[in-house]
Design a protein around this ligand. Structure first.
Ligand SMILES: Nc1nc2c(c(=O)[nH]1)N[C@H]1C(S)=C(S)[C@@H](COP(=O)(O)OP(=O)(O)OC[C@H]3O[C@@H](n4cnc5c(=O)[nH]c(N)nc54)[C@H](O)[C@@H]3O)O[C@H]1N2
Ligand SMILES: Nc1nc2c(c(=O)[nH]1)N[C@H]1C(S)=C(S)[C@@H](COP(=O)(O)OP(=O)(O)OC[C@H]3O[C@@H](n4cnc5c(=O)[nH]c(N)nc54)[C@H](O)[C@@H]3O)O[C@H]1N2
Ligand code: SF4
Ligand SMILES: [Mo]
Length: 693
């Protein structure tokens, strides 16, 4: 009799922040089908294309299947297969030798976008090893929004897409493509179906913008100006929530004074949105109560991110949209283990003072090291030498601004270990490469520490290839070799048990439930105030002087000056088919988007004699790359939007899989950095284009 497909439940992961509940069909330890689970809390049956083909990642013939040790020169792409014992021993010995010579802080522990529980085990490993330097992409992702929120109102205000809302203001966010941080596209679509109004602030006429009541085609990099313009209208016309402002905010008079010059005409000249539209949108947002501001990652991509994030929290606050259902909420965690305890923050009390970022004056509560500063430490020993790197779930050569600078830093390190599912441009530099067991092959927990008040279960469904191991297991074994083994576990899966134990659950029971959500607690400020030094939402920051921060948000100009040699402005958006630099090797994804596409307005293309499908050279002051022209009027004629994260797995390891020719970060630099988060200008850059010969 033919064997039946076994159906198992889990949640999608590692293709974005994850979250869709899935039904996974298995035949003889092989996943044969993936579909959305209609009972899913975040998705109710929805999946995107990436989700449905997600199991293809496990079955690529070139997947990493054995630990590797470099045999040629660094970056030459020559390897020898070794045992797990050897891989772990060499890594441990090398990291300990660096610690002996330069101190623990000379090892950087690297992660990228948080993909699962291993992100926090990595922080634990760094803490126990004694290094304050966890290096991650938080300079351009999440931290600016979360940390600015915490300084301004005491929490990370996330758009509540679960309770009915009157209006969604989608600002620099494109959840229909990205489902960012578990804000799954299906949730947004359901709100719209139920009658929520929609305003989209985006330089590109996205699918979401096409469905919007109002679309504001903002000039890139002018978020602060537009937000201050909204506040101008709202304050002038007394549309704000005066009761909330009076009782729960401080510095309103200062903010009102600050926004005075930002009248619709002035703001129109900066943002290139008509004054009428600015007024209309501001009025709609202010009067729609409740309104949810879905603020996206794209506000975090230039040196002015602190002002941008501050101005948006002020906007939420004065309109009375903080801590109300359908507004921007403090998403309380369920009863799970606290982050600080999980990562053993107690073992490294001086972390904040000692980390590389602190030397550069990054804002308190920014707990990862900006990659710009990390590389300066590696290359110039500023503020002290860094010689070793353990990286997992990340591909810095492509993901960090200024790729040639990353190349230099990676070439200069004494020791590099990388854990990945596939050989990548970054892994091709490593001394040791660890092959990981991946989604569907490991028990995992999603959304821990992301600030959306929930965790989701990602139970294992199939066995991994014999020699592929979960990241958590690798770090548990490495931990035992570089620190007191008592701080590690006999069974690495105890880390999963730790997280859910305070809820009175075992991991198996949690997996059967599927997810845990914290209690809905709205309006807590009415009893307890806000968790800021003044107990109020600080429209004017009480800590400004102490931390050398701007007290009220301002627009201090574009992130880069205009340059007649580079007459266009370059932006980017995440692709719906890939996760940043990942998975170009998954055939079903590659078939959907075989080449990097640069979006150019047809008029602009005509002016530069570029036709659809032409190879186009895009140059900035820092470099040039080639991508394929897509002519579309979704972008402004003065703006081009290029693809991110490109490298070519079909190319040679010895050339780092062609990390240069199409990689967006060849065009970016770290010449200018926002002080608070060490953020470089990774878009909103003057550029020019020409047809490739
Ligand atoms: N110019 C420019 N640069 C950007 C951005 C931008 O918009 N513009 N976006 C930035 C943002 S928001 C982010 S978050 C970063 C992302 O930067 P990264 O997180 O570094 O990049 P990714 O491509 O998401 O993931 C890197 C690697 O993780 C591996 N991986 C996947 N799953 C696993 C796993 O289970 N275990 C291990 N060990 N590895 C795994 C993938 O194979 C891939 O090689 O990039 C930033 N860089
Ligand atoms: N499919 C897919 N999903 C992903 C990812 C991925 O790579 N692919 N990456 C994941 C990660 S790490 C993150 S951080 C999130 C990011 O997800 P999002 O927050 O949705 O961010 P982006 O796609 O970078 O940009 C969102 C929108 O901002 C617009 N934009 C660009 N510049 C500006 C500007 O100056 N002002 C304004 N107002 N808008 C601007 C872009 O046109 C785009 O439509 O997505 C996650 N999900
Ligand atoms: S939207 Fe994200 S979580 Fe949902 S199926 Fe797609 S990749 Fe997976
Ligand atoms: Mo991100």
């Amino acid at each position: 009799m033919a064997e039946q497909i076994r159906w198992a439940k889990t949640h999608c992961a590692r293709m974005d922040h994850g979250g869709c509940a899935l039904l996974v069909g298995v035949l003889k330890n092989k996943i044969v089908q993936v579909k959305g689970d209609p009972e899913g809390y975040l998705n109710r049956g929805y999946t995107c294309y990436k989700g449905t083909v997600s199991a293809e990642r496990l079955y690529h013939p070139d997947r990493l299947r054995h630990p590797l040790r470099r045999v040629g020169k660094r970056g030459e792409g020559k390897w020898r297969q070794i045992s797990w014992e050897e891989a772990l021993d060499v890594t441990a010995t090398s990291l300990l030798a660096i610690r002996e010579k330069y101190g623990a802080r000379a090892v950087g522990f690297g992660a990228g976008m948080p993909k699962g529980l291993e992100h926090f085990v990595l922080i634990r490993l760094a803490n126990i090893f004694g290094s304050p330097n966890v290096v991650a992409s938080q300079d351009v992702c999440h931290a600016p929004r979360e940390v600015t929120g915490v300084h301004t109102c005491g929490f990370y205000p996330v758009a509540d897409l679960h309770n009915p809302t009157g209006l969604i203001l989608s600002w620099a966010s494109n959840v229909l493509s990205t489902s960012e941080e578990g804000q799954i596209a299906g949730l947004m679509l359901e709100q719209l179906k139920n009658g929520a109004r929609l305003i989209v602030v985006d330089p590109r006429r996205t699918e979401l913008a096409q469905r919007a009541d109002l679309w504001l085609q903002i000039w890139p990099g002018t978020t602060q100006a537009l937000a201050l313009g909204f506040l101008h209208v709202i304050i002038e016309e007394a549309l704000y929530d005066s009761d909330f402002v009076e009782k729960y905010t401080c510095g309103f008079a200062d903010l009102a004074r600050q926004v005075k010059p930002y009248d619709p005409q002035t703001v129109a000249s900066i943002t290139r949105i008509s004054p009428e539209l600015i007024q209309k949108a501001a009025r709609l947002y202010a009067t729609a109560r409740p309104a949810a501001l879905q603020w996206g990652n794209a506000i975090e991509h230039d040196v002015n991110v602190f002002d941008a994030a501050r101005s948006l929290v002020c906007l939420m606050a004065v309109c009375g949209n903080l801590e109300v259902p359908g507004g921007n909420i403090n998403a309380h965690d369920p009863a799970i283990q606290g982050l600080a305890q999980f990562v053993r923050a107690d073992l490294i009390p001086d972390k904040r003072k000692d980390m590389i970022g602190a030397f550069h004056g990054t804002i308190p509560k920014m707990m990862t090291v900006p990659p710009a500063y990390f590389r300066q430490a590696v290359l110039d020993s500023i503020p002290y030498p860094v010689r070793g790197y353990y990286g997992m779930c990340t591909n810095p050569l492509v993901a960090w601004a200024d790729s040639p600078f990353t190349y230099k830093a990676l070439m200069s390190l004494d020791f590099i270990a990388v854990a990945d599912i596939f050989m990548t441009p970054t892994a091709s530099f490593a001394d040791i490469v660890f092959p990981v067991a991946h989604q569907y092959e490991i028990n995992d927990i999603g959304h821990y520490g992301i600030g959306h008040g929930m965790i989701v279960a990602r139970p294992k469904i199939v066995e991994p290839p014999t020699e592929c191991r979960p990241d958590i297991k690798i770090m548990n074994e490495l931990g035992k070799r570089v620190s007191d083994p008592k701080l590690w576990r006999d069974d690495f899966e105890e880390f999963l048990e730790d997280v859910v134990k305070p809820a009175g659950l075992t991991y198996a029971e949690f997996a059967a439930k599927g997810y845990l959500k914290g209690p809905d607690r709205f309006g807590l400020h009415r009893e307890k105030g806000f968790k800021t030094p003044t107990g109020k939402v600080e429209l004017k920051l009480s800590t400004a002087e102490k931390y050398k921060l701007k007290p009220v948000p301002e627009f201090s100009g574009l992130p880069e000056e205009d340059d007649p040699d580079y007459p266009l402005i370059l932006i980017s958006a995440k692709s719906r088919y890939y996760l940043l630099s990942s998975y170009r090797w998954v055939e079903k994804l590659r078939a959907k988007r075989p080449r990097p596409l640069v979006e150019i307005h047809p008029e602009t293309a005509k002016a530069f004699a570029i036709a659809e499908g032409d190879s186009v050279v895009i140059s900035t002051r820092h470099g040039e790359i080639t991508q394929t022209a897509r002519l579309t009027d979704i972008v402004h004629p003065g703006v081009v939007s290029a693809a991110l994260g490109w490298w070519f797995p079909e190319s040679e390891a010895s050339g780092q899989f062609d990390w240069r020719s199409a990689n967006f970060n060849m065009l970016t630099s770290i010449d200018k950095l926002g002080r608070e988060f060490g953020t470089p200008n990774i878009k909103n850059l003057p550029c020019r284009i020409r047809k490739a010969l």
